[in-house]
Design a protein around this ligand. Structure first.
Ligand code: ADP
Ligand code: MG
Length: 311
């Protein structure tokens, strides 16, 4: 394990056993991933991709089927205690006892992690997540966004070097999302390594320096955010030609040309780097008359399709 990795995952597999009418399910398919210390790392993928399964294995809530997980230099199989001490987890589902106050919840959690009373940072943590004035209010009176922030504080009671957030802003409105992001950034600036999962491209884009894309339990892309965005920003454009194309013009070869039939050619390109006129020009110079053009913006689903088509 590289010393500068906070988390290292090697050949990780998870198969959920069949139960009742549900068949066996391979949720993670040979995942390899390293998450550098100090980063804000995004695991991006659609619902059902395997994000929570991966997070829950890190959290010790789901057992892996095979593979190796190392967290802050400790192996999950050999030193689960140290792994647990190194990670704070904000799960996807929020639940609190509605009759406890935020201060009480943090205190109980600190006790659960064996943090001595003198070292507990209840007030500081509440301040960090903007809940100082709610310290002694019943949690049942807190808004969704406040609860989410309380979950973050709860995950940090034992001062772990890694904070893992599973879909932190699913169902949270835009303003609260900004607040949560600001809190996450503040923690990261304080030295905490962040791993977050999301199915919002925008969230990964705003927050993360590195992104891995997971689909059907497999990592299909893993790159720094700016490189990945260049791929994601690519658009598909389709030309309908007046006659059959026997040979694809050389200048289009780099754009992943696909022929649906002899008269339909589609390519992938990045508008910020190549104006469409460039391609029209190439086709016209090659002697084709363009009868129709259509383009498609890529959304997340397209990105997955493109990525799987490219590899
Ligand atoms: P995500 O968090 O990306 O939405 P999950 O990790 O929750 O994805 O789920 C990945 C796949 O594993 C899905 O097909 C889901 O139905 C299945 N799955 C998740 N948890 C269980 C479980 N406890 N038992 C059986 N199948 C599960
Ligand atoms: Mg999930």
């Amino acid at each position: 394990m590289a010393l500068d990795d906070a988390i290292e995952i090697i050949n990780l597999n998870k198969i959920y056993a069949a139960s009742g009418k549900s068949p066996e399910k391979k949720a993670l398919d040979n995942i390899n991933l390293n998450i550098p210390k100090g980063s804000i790392f995004g695991l991006l993928g659609p619902n059902g991709a395997g994000k929570s399964t991966l997070i829950n294995i890190l959290a010790g809530l789901v057992s892996k089927s095979s593979g190796q997980v190392r967290v802050w230099e400790s192996d999950l199989d050999e030193d689960a205690r140290h792994v647990k001490a190194s990670i704070g987890i904000v799960p996807q589902e929020i639940n609190f006892d509605p009759f406890f106050t935020p201060a009480k919840i943090l205190d109980l959690q600190a006790g659960f992690f064996g943090v001595p009373k003198a070292e507990r940072q209840t007030e500081d943590l509440l301040e960090l997540v903007g809940l100082s004035d709610k310290a002694h209010a019943y949690t049942r009176g807190l808004s969704g966004g406040m609860r989410r922030r309380l979950m973050m504080a709860k995950a940090m009671v034992h001062n772990p070097p890694i904070l893992v957030l599973d879909e932190p802003t699913a169902g949270v409105d835009v303003e609260l999302r900004q607040q949560l992001w600001a809190n996450v950034r503040k923690l990261n600036e304080g030295g905490v390594t962040i791993l977050l999962t999301t199915h919002y491209l925008e969230e990964a884009q705003e927050m993360c320096d590195t992104i891995a894309i997971i689909n059907h339990g497999r990592i299909i892309a893993h790159d720094d955010t700016s490189s990945l965005l260049r791929t994601i920003e690519s658009k598909e454009i389709r030309f309908i030609l007046d006659r059959d194309m026997s040979e694809i013009p050389k200048r289009l070869e780099a754009f992943n040309p696909q022929q649906q039939d002899k008269r339909t050619l589609s390519i992938l390109y990045t508008p910020s780097e190549h104006p469409v006129g460039e391609f029209i020009d190439v086709l016209q110079k090659a002697g084709y008359f363009i009868k129709d053009i259509s383009t498609e913006e890529s959304d997340l689903e397209d990105v997955f399709l493109q990525m799987t088509r490219k590899v």
